[in-house]
Every structure is written in C-alpha cells, then in structure tokens.
Design a protein around this ligand. Structure first.
Ligand SMILES: CC(C)(COP(=O)(O)OP(=O)(O)OC[C@H]1O[C@@H](n2cnc3c(N)ncnc32)[C@H](O)[C@@H]1OP(=O)(O)O)[C@@H](O)C(=O)NCCC(=O)NCCS
Length: 402
C-alpha cells in the first residue's frame, strides 16, 4: 500500500521502520518505552504490520491493530481488530494524517473480513466520525471500608484464599477464561498479556506495592496498596467473578482489609456491590467513563452474531459517514436469533454507525439515544421493541486495556 497526499506518504511499515515508530510513540504518549515493553507490543501487533505516515523519511504517524476475539451478547465469539497505538506527531497535527491513516487501516481491516473493530479512546471527540461508538461503561468506585457493614441478606459463602499471584497462575487464568466467555465486550487474553501481569514490574505499578491476590473457585481479585490523601488505599486492578457467591465472598475479604482506609475498584455501573451493604451510599462513584469503543465493520455479520431479548421485524438504516459499511438492513429476530440482510425497503429506524456500535454490546439504550435524536424511530412501539431487544442479560465490560 502506498498513497501520497500533500507530501505525506501512507504505507505499511517494514521491520526497519520500528525504531522510528517507537520514538513517535514515546513523544506522542509522553511515555518512555523500555526495550521489554516495546518487544511486548511488537509481539501483540505481529499479526499485521503497522500503517505509517511519512514526511520524507520521517515517520510522523502510525496506527496498528491486535487481532482479538470478543464475546458478544449471547456468548458467541467474534473476531475483532483491536486498533491501538494511534499517533500523529505533534509537528504534524490537524492536517488530515489521522484520517489518511485510518482510511488505509480500516480499508485493510474491512478486507480482512472481521466484523468488528474496537479501540479505547484517549479523547471522546475523535472517533465518532470514524463510526466508533462508546460500547462499555466503567464506574470507578471508592469505599470507605471502615463503615462498610454487610447487609443481613448478603451471602457469606467463604472460600477465599490468599495467594501470590504469579505462583497461582491458573487460579486467575481459568476464571478469566470462564468470565470472558460470558461477558459481552471481554476479549480473549493472550498468554503474553498474562505474562506481563504476573511479572508485575515496578515500572508498571503506578506507585503502588507489589500485587496481592485473592482467589475463589469462581473469582479473583488483583490489587495493590497505594497511598491516598487520608491513609492507604487498596486499589483493585482487576476483579472478575462468575458467580454471585464469588462476588460476595471476595468483596467481604476486600472490605475486611482493616489496615486500609478505602478500597477503589473499576466496576460496571450495575455491579451489585452497593446492595451487599447496609449503607449502599458508601460505594461512591468517583468517575463514570467509556472503555471499549466499537465500530461495526460488517453490519449483517455482527448483528447475526449476537442474541436478542425480544422478537423483531424491522428495517434499520445505518449511515456510515466514513466508509461503506452502512445501508439498509432487514433485521428479523426469532427466539433470540437474528437474520440480517440488505434491503431497499423503507426504514423503521435510522441511526449512524457509531450509535449502532454503542448499542451492540447492550451497555447503552436505544431509547436514551433516541431522546438525543441520535436514533430516529418510525413510532414509539418500534422504538420500545428495538430498545428492549438490544438489551443484554450480562453487563458488558472490556477484558483488558490495549
Ligand atoms: C489524536 C491524533 C491522532 C489526531 O491526529 P491528527 O492527524 O491531528 O488528526 P486529523 O488532522 O487527521 O483529524 C481527523 C479528524 O479528527 C478531528 N480531530 C483530531 N483530533 C481531535 C481531537 N483531539 N478532538 C476532536 N476532534 C479531533 C479533526 O478535526 C478531523 O476531523 P474531520 O476529518 O472530520 O474534519 C493526534 O493528535 C495524536 O497523536 N495525539 C496524541 C496521541 C493520541 O491521543 N492518540 C490516540 C490514542 S487513542
């Protein structure tokens, strides 16, 4: 691939381009990269070479992707391109280089046939124009554990063991795999990503202690102690559970850490933690933000991969202002399963591709987007049925950041 526009050349990278790509990433993310980190990253994206922008022979922009598999509502596994390390040099911003890189990159992703492209966004205002919608929601919570009292109905199943994470690897990886298989948005986690977690390098601890681990047959927690404003904090890096018992037992253990004042964790907004306590208000949400963004590359394949909570017979018009994934689609759902085909029939619903991405994993509601005029339905009944059909029995959540 080789295109040239305004003196900028866009092409796929070769092995020789990597040193310059690394300098670009360091400058753009304002983060020095160790040789170890670079090697890890190169291995993750080894499925396809990066796409770069050159001004003469200087690398002034880059984008790349990690081949991924994500779960969608209903439990099917769908192939996705995990777009990552998107950078344009501070010397070359706002002259269309990201757009040129993305056009080349997404054309390649489209040709590869994967139904989804996913990313995490440094800023919320950039990626909607490229058909990406925020598709999972994360709440950061902070609990003053000194006052946390279990509700009388809160289960007390026990079964939690204290471990050194690296010495009990399978206790974590096995639970993760079970959790990932049922959680919309969660990606299969490659071995090399686990290696990095268990290596627990000091440079990646964010000022905290080494990692601690609590495991249960159906769940685990990885956390570390950090200094807070008013005493120490147990900062949960990751809590994954596949049963209510594991969730209740692990939270009892975390809230039993007498020598920390607060516990901080990242949860889905629907996490049952507040209801396990006599005073649910103690679970204070300190931030609520997007995690995974989804661009649907193949609307029919993506919509047929997930399940639905209600029968549907609708024609949906999807507008893709970036590439050509849009069009009109007849979506018929019976007993949860969909058939989706292109059609010329008049639409019952009209929405942009980024909005469909936001609805896809069930974390955002059609009726809320309709209230903002981001989705237009022919009538209230169609909207109501579409809204409930696209819900999910399981909360969507990103599996690992990339
Ligand atoms: C974000 C970044 C990639 C943008 O690159 P760029 O080459 O300046 O972007 P372009 O000129 O191609 O802009 C493409 C479009 O996005 C818009 N855009 C770019 N940056 C934006 C921003 N920060 N907020 C809102 N819109 C933005 C442009 O207005 C343009 O819109 P249009 O094509 O619809 O008219 C670049 O500033 C960068 O590398 N930043 C630091 C690293 C980073 O944040 N990477 C993203 C990781 S997720």
């Amino acid at each position: 691939m080789m295109t040239s526009d305004g003196g900028i050349t866009i092409r796929t990278a070769t092995e020789q381009d990597w040193p310059k790509i690394i300098v670009l990433n360091e400058i753009c993310f304002v983060t020095p990269q160790t040789a170890e980190f670079t090697a890890h990253w190169q291995q993750l994206v080894s499925g396809a070479p990066p796409i770069i922008a050159l001004d003469d022979d200087e690398v002034v922009g880059a984008t790349m992707d990690i081949p991924m598999t994500v779960t969608v509502p209903g439990g099917a596994s769908v192939a996705a391109a995990g777009v990552t390390a998107v950078t344009v040099a501070p010397t070359h911003r706002r002259r269309g280089i990201l757009r040129a890189l993305y056009t080349a990159h997404h054309t390649r992703i489209g040709e590869s046939g994967v139904p989804l492209s996913i990313l995490t966004a440094s800023e919320g205002g950039i990626y909607g124009r490229f058909g990406y919608g925020p598709a999972t929601v994360e709440a950061t919570v902070s609990i003053d554990r000194r006052f946390a009292i279990p509700h009388p109905h809160a289960p007390d199943p026990g079964g939690v063991r204290m471990v050194h994470p690296a010495e009990s690897r399978s206790a974590f990886t096995d639970v993760y795999d079970r959790w990932q298989a049922v959680t919309p948005g969660a990606q299969v986690r490659p071995e090399i990503v686990w290696n990095r977690i268990f290596a627990d390098r000091e440079s990646e601890r964010g000022g905290g202690t080494a990692q601690f681990g609590l495991v249960h047959p159906d769940g685990y927690v990885l956390y570390r102690r950090v200094s807070g404003d008013n005493g120490s904090v147990a900062r949960v890096d990751e809590i994954r559970t596949v049963s209510s018992d594991a969730h209740a037992a692990l939270w009892r253990a975390l809230l039993g850490l007498d020598l920390v004042r607060r516990v901080e964790a990242h949860l889905t907004p629907e996490d049952p933690l507040p209801y396990l306590l006599t005073d649910g208000r103690l679970v204070r949400t300190t931030s609520r933000h997007d995690e995974l963004w989804v661009r649907i590359m193949d609307v029919a394949a993506a919509l047929e991969a997930r399940t639905y909570r209600r029968d549907l017979d609708v024609v949906v018009q999807v507008d893709d202002g970036f590439l050509s994934a849009g069009g009109r689609f007849a979506l018929t759902v019976r007993d949860g399963k969909a058939v989706c085909t292109r059609t010329d029939a008049a639409p019952h619903l009209v929405l942009d591709l980024d909005v469909l991405g936001s609805l896809y994993l069930g974390a955002h509601r059609a009726r809320t987007l309709a209230a903002a005029n981001r989705l237009r339905a022919a009538d209230a009944d169609t909207l109501d049925r579409f809204d409930s059909a696209f819900g999910s029995d399981r909360d969507a959540q990103m599996g690992w950041a990339f």
